[in-house]
Design a protein around this ligand. Sequence first.
Ligand SMILES: C[S@@+](CC[C@H](N)C(=O)[O-])C[C@H]1O[C@@H](n2cnc3c(N)ncnc32)[C@H](O)[C@@H]1O
Length: 279
Amino acid sequence: MGETMKSRLKQMVPLALRQEIKRQLAAREDRRNPITTPRVPPRAETLIGGGDFEHVGDAFFEILKRHGLTPDMHVLDVGCGQGRMARPLVSFLDGGSYAGFDISEPGIAWCAEHYADAREFKFDHVPVFNQRYNPKGTVKASEFIFPYDNDRFDLIFLTSVFTHMFKDDVANYLEQISRVLKPGGMALITWFLLNGVSRTAENPFFDFVYDFDDVTRTTTPKNPEAALAFDEGFVRGLYADCGLTIADIEYGTWARPDSPFQLQDMVVAVKPLNINTSS
Ligand SMILES: C[S@@+](CC[C@H](N)C(=O)[O-])C[C@H]1O[C@@H](n2cnc3c(N)ncnc32)[C@H](O)[C@@H]1O
């Protein structure tokens, strides 16, 4: 089926029905070809994203190593979901530790159960509101204080999280990331960045044609948190405001099909050694 036809069908069929069809197909595939890899949920119980859970996690693990992940590091996974990125780290971290938090209660419950034997792995549920992922949340993302001490982590990563959050929320989260990152530490964060190339790129699945505010666009005005893209200049300004230095941006295939990188854009930033973390 052509991509345009697929995206038209997507718009015509209600979300709940699409999800149920997907779940039934996944359950059938689970019966035919059960998943046996530890910490990989059955297809029908996968809460997070599309694609192959195991493959996506393994691919991001390679990205982490390419950016200097070592076994002794203390890492934070913001919006860790169902542990897709945590899983390959279990047999890798040695002397280091992993912390992950998410607003999705079922995601954290799944991780707590399946990582009970991984002593240096800690998963926390936080009651932050998000219309798509936690409509019963009571805390605004723009005011949430991460439950960690200053200067605690060597490496912080967010995969496909800021692509579901609004501008005041990502501004606060970046400040928090800067606070809990050690001087010299690194933040790897995926975004959809709006710039000269991506604004004119044609991709029916990431068609950010609706202005949400002065710096944000969405694909889905009725449910904007489904996918949000930010003006690149605005994002660069946020990093500068919270004292993080952008070392590189790996532009993803969503807007540059020939890119050697992952689907989303990834901003690689470091916390300077001489920064004063005051709050
Ligand atoms: C597409 S999923 C990605 C999950 C995980 N990072 C991965 O790549 O497998 C988006 C995740 O962001 C989480 N999320 C959304 N808003 C959040 C917030 N304000 N704080 C923490 N997590 C959030 C959702 O609950 C969901 O688990």
